[in-house]
Design a binder for this molecule. Structure first.
Ligand SMILES: [Zn+2]
Length: 148
């Protein structure tokens, strides 16, 4: 079998359907659907490197699958006005200064690694950039943490 197959096998489809409790996984829909009605949506499009895995798939009804089109799951949610909580966390982190981000990382025991610069005689690790702090912290902290 080809490694880059585009659709899930029957067993994976059954697992996907069961995990979704026989409902369309679009939070704005949640329609109960029959197994034969299920459309397999991709969280990240296959054409953009999204794998053919259960984790990258969504159980959708016909209408929602059409609605998603070629959008990624994140874009699909955004278009329906559903915000990814991570987007809000990132925006909140953006407003902090680097020393504040550094403090936050220490508080959560997160190590943010800076880029390693190769020198002529030795290499040294550069201090992490603001972007690196934000990207690392966004998956660790919640909006609640940032309020305190
Ligand atoms: Zn639906």
């Amino acid at each position: 079998m080809s490694q880059s197959r585009r659709s899930l096998g029957i067993r994976d489809r059954q697992v996907l359907y069961r995990n979704a409790n026989s409902r369309c996984e679009n939070p704005k829909c949640r329609k109960k659907i029959e197994f034969d009605e299920m459309q397999v949506g991709h969280k990240t499009a296959w054409s953009r490197g999204g794998g053919t895995t259960i984790k990258n798939s969504a159980c959708l009804c016909y209408r929602c699958n059409k609605l998603q089109g070629t959008d990624s799951w994140t874009v699909f949610m955004k278009k329906q006005g559903i915000e990814d909580p991570k987007v809000k966390v990132k925006a909140a982190l953006e407003r902090l200064t680097v020393p504040q981000l550094k403090l936050l990382a220490a508080k959560h025991n997160v190590r943010v690694a800076g880029r390693v610069e190769e020198g002529f005689l030795s290499s040294r690790q550069l201090a992490p950039t603001k972007r690196q702090y934000i990207n690392t912290l966004a998956s660790v902290v919640t909006l609640e943490d940032l309020r305190s």
